[in-house]
Design a protein around this ligand. Structure first.
Ligand SMILES: Nc1nc2c(ncn2[C@@H]2O[C@H](COP(=O)(O)OP(=O)(O)OP(=O)(O)O)[C@@H](O)[C@H]2O)c(=O)[nH]1
Ligand SMILES: [Mg+2]
Length: 211
């Protein structure tokens, strides 16, 4: 006879992840590094945002996650950003264990601002915090103006919402204010900032939050 035992694998994984995330946050704090975990849909503007910050702030570093390839890594290295590339294969999010290892490949003493770019999607990264000071979620108007409402968990677990590509809102008929209201309703404590990385609109407000 086989005995049936319930093992709550997901809870164990998340608890283990929380422990390592706390270690990361302690480590970065001791090294006076301000850290931001950027999550968001594919193509919403995550790497573009890190590129912007690397032009505005000294000593930016990054850890970038994608299922495959070195595209984002190459873009950031071209901008002189010390970067570690993490390919997750079939996994659809970064986790604290991966990030902890990646930290040992960065010149920590040369970094004041560290950005994590999570794998692009609005579902898998939701429960896996990476130990950053803040989590920002970047969505763009081209994903549809119901994208916020459809993904409440990740907005609940974030500190700042960036609604990007507002330069395209009119062209695609997106209701920008609906997106803002949805985000505020899901998480009333969250800053919600509308941006266009293309025109520069809204970026000053984000830079103030980074500082
Ligand atoms: N029109 C417009 N295009 C933008 C804006 N921000 C980013 N883009 C473009 O959108 C595309 C995707 O931007 P990325 O920064 O690569 O997006 P990402 O979120 O890093 O994408 P993944 O890493 O693949 O998930 C690029 O071609 C950018 O130039 C914006 O505000 N307006
Ligand atoms: Mg990217």
């Amino acid at each position: 006879m086989h005995e049936i035992e319930n093992v709550d694998v997901e809870t164990d994984l998340i608890e283990e992840n929380e422990k390592e995330a706390k270690e990361i946050n302690d480590f970065l704090g001791k090294n006076n590094i301000r850290s931001i975990d950027i999550v968001g849909a594919i193509g919403s503007g995550k790497t573009s945002l890190i590129e912007e910050f690397s032009c505005s702030f000294d000593n930016v570093g990054a850890i970038v996650g994608d299922v495959a390839g070195e595209d984002d890594y190459n873009r950031l290295v071209e901008n002189d950003v010390p970067t570690v590339n993490l390919n997750t294969g079939k996994e659809c999010h970064l986790d604290a264990h991966l990030v902890k290892h990646a930290l040992s490949d960065l010149p920590i003493e040369e970094i004041d601002y560290l950005f994590f770019e999570n794998v692009g999607n609005l579902v898998c990264p939701a429960d896996f915090m990476l130990g950053a000071d803040e989590r920002w979620i970047v969505v763009s108007v081209t994903e549809g103006d119901d994208v916020v409402n459809k993904h409440p968990i990740i907005f609940k677990n974030s500190d700042v919402t960036v609604i990007n590509k507002i330069d395209l809102a009119e062209a695609i008929g997106a209701d920008l204010e609906k997106m803002v209201e949805d985000a505020r309703e899901i998480n009333p404590d969250m800053d919600v900032i509308k941006t266009s990385i293309k025109t520069g609109e809204g970026l000053d407000r984000l830079k103030i939050i980074v500082e």
